[in-house]
Ligand binder design. Structure first.
Ligand code: NAD
Length: 451
């Protein structure tokens, strides 16, 4: 049998065994219309708003932001939809608290700067909301992460980190392959956030991307707040795009867990250099000393013996890549060279094979079923899936495919990496946010074609 025939016969046969199609899409729905609010309708919040407005099963009843321009953009988007204009809460950094008091909500989505997330998640839980979706990062300090976990437990409520990369098409096809044993037993994994953000961290106050070297009040969108984290902190500041998919591959918090971590940071040159090149040495921001090393690498050990390498690389010229690598006793996938090698199945030993045919054969059933709905939804379609999974779970009042323990473990990599670097690259222990439940919990992410 040649390789093509093998993939055709074996791949499809096993794919159908491993992924059961959901029998009835409407089964278990107890809340057909989800009353939703968004805190933070900046550029990411508007992305979520757009997806929510497209859904018949969602009412966006309120939005909250403190930036008039972001609100105007959001209102214009809503006017063009067939949905009613939601109530707008603004004028005060704590207007969201009034919104939570006044509105009857099934869920809230938080897409504000990182330093607000913990307070807004906890405030939402305390207001009685049972489902909170938060953009990446649960909090700043390690204690913030414990606080969110404990508050969710106290209220018997659900918190999902809206980690869209877990739903990227190639990432999900590889998950399908992992679950069917194509790579054998997994041994080593890599991922990261390798994205030249220099023009996101500095702009001209008008555009979100580039055109100047402003930060804080003189800037707009992420340069208003994100850049300050590069001035005052040194660690892997954005681990979740890399760790989310990897965590699903090796069942973190569900039969496995991260046990320790050590991080190294390179020197910090890229951001200062960018200011000199773009705005000259007389620009006031040329005086800033940036603490964040340009490339931060983090090694993580897992209870089941796997190692994970994460990379955070946002200050230097480079094309975008999350740098995934999945390696086991039978083969390896790497996303940078878009290649795969499965021993005994790839045509030539010791030689990379293009990934495309494998990805098509093992396309995840979720993508096979929903790709039309996902079209044009942002980040190549994956943004649709994260909101879809969140809303469909709420409609059924069931647990979320990624829960507060996942969110805490993934996001805690940031304060742990900061601690490790501060202590001279010491290996630090990874807390067990599940308090031992990781030993019994079963995988729930993307088990069928429903959501
Ligand atoms: N998953 C992804 O692909 C992705 C992409 C971009 C951003 N993000 C995440 O989304 C979040 C938001 O990022 P962004 O790019 O939209 O930033 P942004 O600066 O464009 O938007 C943030 C918004 O929050 C608002 N805000 C700040 N404080 C507030 C308060 N107290 N009350 C109400 N609103 C407040 C700001 O006015 C702004 O409109 C961050 O966590 C970011 O990391 C994720």
């Amino acid at each position: 049998m040649n390789r093509k025939e093998f993939v055709k016969n074996t791949g499809l046969a096993t794919a159908s065994l491993a992924m059961m199609p959901a029998m009835n899409l409407f089964a278990g729905i107890v809340n057909p219309t989800v009353r939703t609010a968004i805190i933070g309708v900046g550029l990411r919040g508007q992305n979520h708003l757009n997806l929510l407005l497209r859904r018949k099963d969602v009412d966006v009843v309120a939005i909250c932001d403190i930036d008039d321009r972001m609100l105007t953009m959001s209102k214009s988007m809503i006017s063009k939809s067939d949905k009613k204009m939601p109530k707008v809460y603004t004028g005060d950094p704590y207007a969201w608290k009034i919104m939570l008091e006044k509105e009857k909500l099934d869920t809230v989505i938080i897409a504000t700067p990182w330093e607000w997330h913990k307070e807004m998640i906890i405030g939402s839980l305390q207001s009685g909301i049972k489902y909170v979706g938060t953009e990446v990062m649960l909090g700043i300090t390690l204690q913030d992460h414990w606080d969110v976990v404990q508050e969710a437990e106290k209220h018997n409520a659900h918190v999902m980190m809206l980690e869209n990369v877990c739903y990227r098409r190639d990432v999900m096809a590889v998950l399908n392959m992992v679950r069917q044993g194509l790579f054998g037993e997994l041994v080593h994994l890599q991922g990261g956030y390798q994205h030249d953000l220099r023009e996101v961290k500095f702009n001209d106050g008008e555009k979100a991307i580039g055109g100047g070297c402003e930060i804080g009040d003189k800037a707009w969108s992420e340069a208003q707040w994100r850049t300050h984290h590069s001035i005052y902190r040194n660690g892997d500041l954005y681990p979740t795009h890399g760790i989310g998919p990897v965590a699903h591959y090796i069942n973190i918090n569900r039969g496995n867990r991260m046990v320790n971590l050590s991080s190294f940071s390179s020197k910090a040159r890229g951001l200062h250099d960018h200011i000199l090149k773009t705005c000259g040495s007389d620009h006031p921001n040329a005086k800033i000393n940036f603490k964040l090393g340009d490339v931060v690498t983090t090694n993580i050990g897992c209870a089941n013996g796997e190692t994970i390498l994460l990379q955070h690389d946002t200050n230097l010229p480079r094309p975008y890549s999350l740098g995934f690598r999945v390696q086991g006793t039978e083969g390896i996938w790497m996303d940078v060279n878009k290649s795969i090698y499965i021993e005994g199945k790839s045509p030539k030993s010791h030689q990379w094979e293009p990934q495309q045919e494998w990805l098509e054969k093992y396309d995840h059933p979720l993508w096979a079923k929903w790709s039309k709905e996902a079209e044009g939804s942002g980040h190549g379609g994956m943004d649709f899936y994260v909101i879809h999974a969140f809303i469909e779970s709420i409609k059924r009042k069931q647990e979320l495919p990624m829960d507060v323990y996942d969110a805490a473990a993934w996001s805690a990599i940031t304060p742990l990496s900061e601690l490790s670097i501060e202590r001279g690259n010491e290996t630090v222990e990874f807390p067990d946010f599940t308090n031992g439940k990781w030993m019994y919990r079963k995988p729930v992410f993307a088990l069928n074609d429903e959501f």
